[in-house]
Ligand binder design. Structure first.
Ligand code: GLU
Length: 414
């Protein structure tokens, strides 16, 4: 199903800004990105043929601090998607109250089709192409879908070639190159902390709560790991080739081992196969979409049988689906809250890079937990203060207000 991510984001923004009764011109300024850069990236393939790939870095707003947000390598990356994702970063950093703005980048490519050498060359070419608009105090990229610590290491190295050793130019780096302990697990860990608070707040027993996770990459696996530790029963998970289910709960430790050894979740003992659409329809307490955007839409929202949706992915629920879920009394914990653990840990990584002084994992996790718990209760308090406010609209309202105040105080609308 074709989803326009930017249109979906605009709808979310409009709902919250009209609740806030935001001035129309200010709303326009906050809604659209400040700067959009498209680049053509030549790549000499291993067979010596030339491919030219399209890349983007879109800077949405920097009133509260440098632009901040990940880089996505995926065949479906396009300008509208990166636009929407850059805006979500502005409101994510504002909501969780870290001193950053929002940006996003991407390359329209399937990295699985590239060799390691090609992937490294492409990353370096991309860094050279966007170098004029990034900087430690200007714009700081990070991992996102299909990008990882190794790609961030190449990114840092390429930038440092011309600027000297600059670990703070990118976050999500390997620990040995200035990465932060706790960063790799942070997005999924953060999702599990938010889910724990939601359970407590809504009177759902966490121990034994059933969870379905759609997407088993970095975020899905770490969320599963921590939720399993909290006593939840993960009954189904899926990757791009479909899912596996066991209603008695999956042994997550053994599943992670199986994935490491075989490269996939499939073929795991005592499980049945399930397709990626059917997994969304399983009865459960918590459904966690942890893959790509737009997976819960108007054609399938009615069939969901979970108690709560927790958005670990960015933009997994379209606005019409949001409305359907509201009517079905299924609350949606929005992406800008539920997956904000990643960028919070990125902030801690950046702070450590600036100080050249490194923290232990316990300190990172403690600070992360405090930020997320506070963030959830702030959103919950506003959402429950008015009958008609969803968690998403409440989260956007808090965030938009913070960005609006910063833009106004800086005199950007005079
Ligand atoms: N890609 C992640 C996100 O969407 C992390 C961004 C970052 O750490 O800057 O929140």
């Amino acid at each position: 199903m074709e989803i326009n991510n930017f249109k979906a984001y605009c709808d979310q923004f409009d709902r919250a800004s009209s609740e806030l009764k935001l001035d129309k011109d200010l709303a326009t300024l906050l809604k659209y990105p400040d700067r959009e850069l498209s680049v053509d990236l030549p790549l000499v393939r291993d067979d010596k043929s030339l491919t030219v790939l399209r890349g983007y870095r879109i800077q949405h707003n920097n009133a509260r601090g440098p632009f901040k947000g990940g880089l996505r390598f995926h065949p479906c990356v396009d300008k509208d998607e990166v636009r929407a994702l850059s805006a979500l970063m502005t409101f994510k950093t504002a909501l969780i109250d870290i001193p950053f703005g929002g940006g996003k980048g991407g390359i329209q490519v399937d990295p699985e089709e590239l060799s390691t050498r090609e992937l490294e060359q492409l990353t370096r070419t991309f860094v050279r192409a966007i170098k004029p608009i990034i900087g430690v105090h200007t714009d700081i990229p990070a991992p996102d879908v299909n990008t990882n610590a190794q790609i961030m290491a190449w990114f840092m190295d390429e930038y440092s070639e011309t600027h000297g050793y600059t670990p703070g130019i990118v976050t999500g780096k390997p620990i040995s190159l200035g990465g932060s302990l706790g960063r790799e697990a942070a997005t999924g860990y953060g999702t599990s902390i938010i889910l724990r608070e939601v359970a407590q707040h809504r009177g759902i027993e966490l121990n034994g709560a059933t969870v379905v996770i759609q997407g088993f990459g970095n975020v899905g696996t770490w969320a599963a790991h921590h939720l399993h530790k909290f006593g939840c029963k993960i009954i189904a998970v899926s990757d791009r080739n479909g899912g596996i289910v066991n209603n008695n709960g999956l042994d997550i430790g053994a599943l992670l081992e199986h994935k490491k050894e075989s490269g996939s979740i499939h073929g795991f003992d005592d499980t049945e196969s399930i397709d990626n659409e059917a997994i969304l329809r399983l009865p459960c307490d918590f459904l966690i979409p942890a893959a790509l955007g737009g997976v819960i839409h108007k054609m399938n929202a009615n069939e969901l049988r979970c108690k709560v949706v927790v958005e670990a992915a960015n933009g997994p629920t379209t606005p019409p689906a949001d409305d359907i879920l509201r009517h079905k009394n299924i609350p949606v914990i929005p992406d800008i809250l539920a997956n904000s653990g990643g960028v919070v840990a990125s902030y801690y990584e950046w702070v450590q890079n600036l100080q050249q002084h490194y923290w232990d994992e316990e300190l990172v996790n403690k600070k992360l937990e405090t930020k997320l718990v506070n963030g959830f209760y702030e959103v919950a308090a506003l959402a429950h203060s008015r009958e008609e406010l969803s968690y998403r609209t409440a989260a956007f309202m808090i965030a938009i207000k913070r960005v609006a105040d910063a833009v106004t105080l800086r005199g950007r609308i005079s």
